[in-house]
Design a protein around this ligand. Structure first.
Ligand code: LIP
Length: 263
């Protein structure tokens, strides 16, 4: 795909941050056995990845705004455009030496995500999409799955940890959905969950209580791969509620119906 200059810039930044994280990940694997553990080291790796991305993106487009997991929000001279960045999505996996984490970079224009890049550096899988141009993984065009029956479908979600208020609702979702489908996976990276829906590996995904930077790039990947996205609570904005449902066209409604049943 012949992407825009902005998309190429995002890919360059994601690859550069990914290289830095891969180096740090090797060290994290060694630190698992140390008494102190890799906690501080991982925080530093995360911040360094955001620094690299910010330097690339803001250096090239100084007028764009910024929303990053590590450094928060910064307004730009151009109020219509902002980068939405999670330098390391799947931090808990990274911390435990599990090779399932990614760099996630999105570009928003007038409130709509118009380009997204997710780089799974440990597996060398680069996902990218741009409005109207389709979604890709490395050189391969992505399409959502064609499954139509809930009972054959595999869904992904994130189960909140550390006493988050969305835990009871998520457990209820699981109790309702699991008897009606072929399985639910919880791999620990919202960005990759969405990329996997775009790639047809999962038939759908939902999660409650996540942030714009966890999902922004993944949302355009799913849309450009022919999937549907929406909030768990109808009539609200995805970013505003921090809840999202993504699935192929056939399973989007049935999945939403199950998740939206009153308590
Ligand atoms: C994490 C997600 C994970 C989700 C967590 C968290 P982080 O992002 O991707 O799937 O369940 O709530 O938001 O903190 O690793 O960037």
């Amino acid at each position: 795909m012949q992407g825009s200059a902005n998309l190429n810039l995002m890919i360059k930044a994601a690859r550069k941050a990914g290289r830095s994280l891969v180096k740090d990940f090797r060290e994290v694997e060694n630190l698992q056995v140390s008494a102190k553990g890799p906690g501080d080291f991982v925080s530093k790796a995360d911040r360094e990845a955001e620094r690299i991305i910010k330097e690339e993106l803001r250096g090239a487009r100084p007028s764009y705004g910024w929303l990053g997991e590590e450094t928060g929000e910064e307004a730009g001279e151009d109020p219509t455009r902002r980068w939405i960045v999670d330098p390391l999505d799947g931090t808990t996996n990274f911390l435990h030496g599990l090779p399932h984490w990614a760099v996630s970079i999105a570009l928003e224009h007038k409130g709509e995500v118009v380009a997204g890049v997710i780089f799974d550096a440990a597996k060398d899988e680069l996902y990218y999409a741009e409005k109207g141009l389709g979604a890709y993984m490395n050189e391969t065009r992505l399409r959502v799955s064609g499954r139509r029956n809930m009972i054959e479908a595999i869904f992904a979600t994130g189960v909140p940890f550390g006493g988050k208020s969305t835990l009871p609702a998520t457990l209820q979702d699981l109790a309702r959905l699991m008897p009606q489908c072929a399985g639910v996976r919880r791999f620990g990276s919202a960005a990759l969950d969405l990329a996997y829906v775009a790639a047809g590996r999962y038939d759908g995904y939902w999660e409650r209580g996540i942030h714009a930077w966890d999902m922004a790039a993944g949302l355009i990947l799913v849309k450009e791969a022919g999937g549907f996205i929406g909030p768990v609570r109808e009539g609200r904005e995805i970013f505003e509620t921090g809840s999202v449902i993504a699935a192929n066209a056939e399973l989007f409604e049935p999945l939403g119906k199950i998740l939206r049943q009153p308590a």
